[in-house]
Write a protein of this length. Structure first.
Length: 234
């Protein structure tokens, strides 16, 4: 669901148009103009993103999110989320502590992880806006169908990674952008609240820039592991 950086203050003015909002590299290039929206691409991390001049307002985003129907008891929705849950659960110690960031009104993933024996906290700026969970650290943080909404993804990822304990995981699910020729008609692009599009290499770049490992067990899922305390010390 929706999420800006894990902070509660108002958004700052957008950065320079040619700056990549994902990796902060300068020199992004025009990519495509479609339906009155301009997109750019980063030559450093390979992200595609909406020109900051076209970012939707918070009010427009909220109105759109209210049309989403994500029932925690829907078997189809649970199958969709299992794409991330299954490989993540295979890597977690028993009784780990997690945060579902951007959980939306129906936190199905959190329910699935609780059923597997893990404790879960929730945060969503619209539906679970209490910032108290953001003051703790976790064995893992999940971010499903959320990163594509970030207006400031570099800051958002930095904030999320700061919540992960040494040796822990940041688990991200977002539809990877793979084919420039199909971008214009891609259903994911047509969602007006989707403003940044990641490739597998984008998420690997973000992890490597911080010295984290990144595994991609299936398309659209990246599991980033923070180095252990011993590795950090070394």
């Amino acid at each position: 669901m929706t999420a800006d950086a894990p902070l509660t203050e108002a958004r700052p003015a957008p950065a320079a148009i040619d700056a990549c909002p994902v990796c902060r590299a300068r020199g992004s290039q025009p990519f495509l103009s479609v339906a009155g929206r301009d997109y750019r691409r980063c030559g450093t991390c390979a992200a595609r993103f909406l020109d900051p001049r076209h970012l939707p307002s918070r009010e427009a985003e909220q109105a759109h999110y209210l049309h989403h129907e994500n029932d925690p008891d829907d078997p189809g929705y649970r199958r969709f989320l299992s794409k991330l849950a299954i490989p993540l659960l295979a890597r977690l110690p028993m009784a780990s502590r997690g945060l579902d960031y951007g959980c939306g009104p129906g936190p199905a993933l959190a329910a699935m992880l609780r059923e597997a024996g893990h404790s879960m906290a929730l945060y969503d700026p619209l539906f679970h806006p209490d910032p108290e969970p953001l003051s703790h650290s976790y064995d893992f943080v999940t971010c499903t169908e959320t990163a594509e909404h970030f207006h400031r993804p570099a800051e958002a990822f930095a904030g999320l990674m700061s919540l992960v304990r040494p040796g822990g995981w940041l688990a991200v699910m977002t539809c990877f952008q793979t084919d420039d020729a199909r971008f214009q008609d891609w259903h994911y692009r047509k969602d007006p609240t989707h403003v940044v599009f990641y490739r597998e290499e984008t998420l690997r770049h973000l992890a490597a820039a911080r010295g984290w490992r990144c595994e991609v067990p299936v398309k659209d899922v990246a599991l980033m592991q923070r180095p252990s305390a011993q590795e950090d010390a070394g």
